[in-house]
Write a protein that binds this ligand. Sequence first.
Ligand SMILES: NC(=O)c1ccc[n+]([C@@H]2O[C@H](COP(=O)([O-])OP(=O)(O)OC[C@H]3O[C@@H](n4cnc5c(N)ncnc54)[C@H](O)[C@@H]3O)[C@@H](O)[C@H]2O)c1
Length: 434
Amino acid sequence: MHLFLVGAGPVGLVTAVGFARLGHRVTVADIDAARIAILADGRAPIFEPGLDEAIRAESAAGRLTFTTERVPPAGSAYSIVCVGTPTGPEGPLSTGQVEAAVRLLLEAAPPEHVVVVRSTLPVEGPDRLARLVEERRALGPCATVVTNPEFMREGAGLRDFDVPSRVVTGWLHPDDREVARAVADLYAPLNAPTLVADARSVALIKLASNVFLAGKIAFANELARVCDAVGADVDLVATGVGMDDRIGRAFLTAGPGIGGSCLPEQALALPQLSARLGVPTPLIDAVSRSNVSHQQAVVTRLASLLGRPITGARIALLGLAFKAGTDDVRESPALALARELRERGASVVGYDPQAMETACRADPWLETAPDAVEAARDAHAVLVATEWGAFREIAWPAVRRVMAGDLVYDTRNVVDATAVRAAGLRVEMLGRRV
Ligand SMILES: NC(=O)c1ccc[n+]([C@@H]2O[C@H](COP(=O)([O-])OP(=O)(O)OC[C@H]3O[C@@H](n4cnc5c(N)ncnc54)[C@H](O)[C@@H]3O)[C@@H](O)[C@H]2O)c1
């Protein structure tokens, strides 16, 4: 089948590669001509494990092509919309990009065409899409619109496409139930559990999933601080708690905070929705606040371990991406820590194996160094904020020689504590005894 995919961000590219590997022909469109030029050259414009190779292979096989044209190619049956839903002036999950793309597709596509909105929608998003369909239908028969949220994790996107936890599709009008079912059938070779429902419930499934995951991380983060206070180990506690299959171990991992383009945004979007509706949701409201207070607590803990005033201290920040395996720094806890440190009068020099460019674009005040040892030069402390495997291999004796202080504070439990100590440095971990 020939599919048209609109929006070549992480979700669009993973989806395009995923469907191409299932044997479909996929034409990928983006308004960003520079991005399309990189893709047409057989390269990925973002870092995502395996994506570069997959784009090259699927392009060479003739299943993937790239364009800046924004109308579906003749003969394509589905348009899959993967444009962004960033925080806009009206708050989180702005649907401006989605509505613009869908409006254009409704104008250009024949009535038998199906527009699949894979972008994350706010709960009122389906009503906005239904209005666009009504407006277009007033002029004559038009394409059908259904929703199909994506649940992938950056850093494991390709695997998540191939082995999805579930496939969920939503209809805007009960008459379109069968179309939503046909969209779910596109994923049939993946043998995933499938749910077809009204698009409002589907939007809430996506939001609730992410807020629940954010809540699990926030819970683990708070638990880590309790562990620090009582001398317990948060990884052991989380493992013991997670052995209960009603709870589960996944996402019960403490770190420097919730990050990425999805979880923090949606942890704000759901409370704003309930506030607008006048529904008290104190538990849901607390997730975002917990994250902000956790990041402040991480910096307070670092300051208490420094052995000198934080004002005027120099901190080497290792890891800028919101997690390992990506160059995405959107809502990265590392950048939040950098801001908090600067507000308290410290200077920050950052290093990341993949995310230097994206971090410098996102935070123009960030000083950077070409590697971990250079970042540590004259630093009073090293703060590890992303769980890159490469941080296990840091040459700590070299770090020791260039540092002004002797503290390594690891919020990700990634460094080799024995090696750090052997180099004559102090090592502290968030919520963990070392
Ligand atoms: N990133 C994730 O891990 C993730 C996971 C699940 C769901 N989501 C959701 O999926 C959606 C896409 O996320 P992303 O991170 O890939 O977004 P992104 O913002 O990184 O990329 C979106 C792409 O769409 C392009 N675009 C915007 N308007 C366009 C238009 N009218 N026509 C063609 N191209 C257009 C942009 O140039 C950009 O390249 C969002 O709603 C997001 O919340 C993201």
